[in-house]
Design a protein around this ligand. Structure first.
Ligand SMILES: [Zn+2]
Length: 89
């Protein structure tokens, strides 16, 4: 049975990719942002490739800010970078 692979757009490079190849960044009602590795956290989600390169792009083009319609403080980006760095190791 062929199931259509769900595609999501990376907020960094703007490419459509298989959802499973992307990581989900979630923003909760409380305004906390974190990387959702389970894909099951509640809140608004945005997708990004698991690379700091795409995160840098997302910072530059304000892709995440557009997705979440909020200002994102730089410490949020810092913690996302840290989490991404961990996944590379
Ligand atoms: Zn990307």
């Amino acid at each position: 049975m062929a199931r259509k692979v769900p595609l999501r757009k990376c907020t960094g490079c703007q490419e459509m990719k298989d959802k499973r190849q992307l990581i989900r960044v979630v923003r909760t009602k409380e305004g906390d942002m974190s990387i959702d590795r389970t894909g099951k956290k509640n809140g608004r989600g945005a997708y990004i490739c698991p690379s700091t390169e795409c995160l840098e792009k997302a910072i530059k083009n304000k892709g995440l800010e557009r997705s979440f319609k909020v200002n994102i403080p730089s410490e949020v980006y810092d913690s996302l970078k840290e989490e991404l760095g961990d996944s590379d190791a």
